[in-house]
Design a protein around this ligand. Structure first.
Ligand SMILES: [Zn+2]
Length: 205
């Protein structure tokens, strides 16, 4: 079993490699990204060292941004990293069934689900056709940001979105902590935000 502190260090080290690859390439085609792959013909044991709950955004692939290969992360993904009963069971399986001691909630800047939730407060906006239940789940965490989002423009609006993302990540962390084994088991639930532009994962705590 990998302790939570060691799991965080592995993620930080992998993210540093990813950022270095971005600097080398100057592009995101992944040509210099080296992720471990299994030996042909072998079925390795599943021993992930962390559960990662992330947004489904295609620009936020946890195995890539943490430079982890097959069997190393137990990844849960859904738009806006919202938690429902299926997600709850799957996270608990990662903790209790597979023995991980770290759950990372990974939001990201420029999150479309969070932006759609903020924009849904505009009475003059066209109805948003998608993500209705996801927006409803995100809403309580970002409600306090909606008025300033509608008033802001340009970079100020971006700042409001980033603030709302951090609030929603923190709310998700608290929701996961509520059903996970307590910290006496060594389990830690940690929140972070991925900056798509820089490639850096920024931890909230
Ligand atoms: Zn997102």
């Amino acid at each position: 079993m990998i302790p939570a502190a060691e799991a965080i260090e592995r993620l930080k080290s992998g993210n540093a490699e990813f950022m270095a690859a971005m600097q080398r390439d100057g592009s995101r085609d992944g040509s210099s990204v080296q992720i471990p792959v299994p030996v042909p013909g072998e079925v390795p044991a599943q021993k992930p060292f962390a559960v990662v709950l992330s947004c489904a955004d295609s620009r936020v692939p946890p195995e890539v941004i943490f430079q982890q290969g097959c069997g190393q992360l137990f990844v849960q993904r859904v738009a806006g990293h919202v938690v429902d009963d299926f997600m709850r069971e799957s996270i608990l399986f990662g903790c209790e069934g597979l023995g991980t001691r770290l759950v990372l909630v990974l939001g990201h800047r420029d999150c479309g689900a969070v932006k759609a939730t903020l924009a849904s407060a505009d009475p003059e906006a066209a109805e948003i056709p998608f993500l209705g239940k996801v927006r409803a789940a995100i809403h309580p965490a970002v409600e306090a940001c909606q008025a300033s989002y509608l008033e802001a423009t340009g970079s100020q609006q971006t700042d409001v979105v980033n603030d709302a993302v951090a609030r929603h990540v923190q709310a998700t962390v608290e929701a996961v902590r509520a059903f996970c084994p307590d910290e006496s088991t060594g389990l830690q639930v940690v929140g972070a935000v991925f900056d798509i532009a820089s490639g850096e994962v920024l931890y909230l705590d």
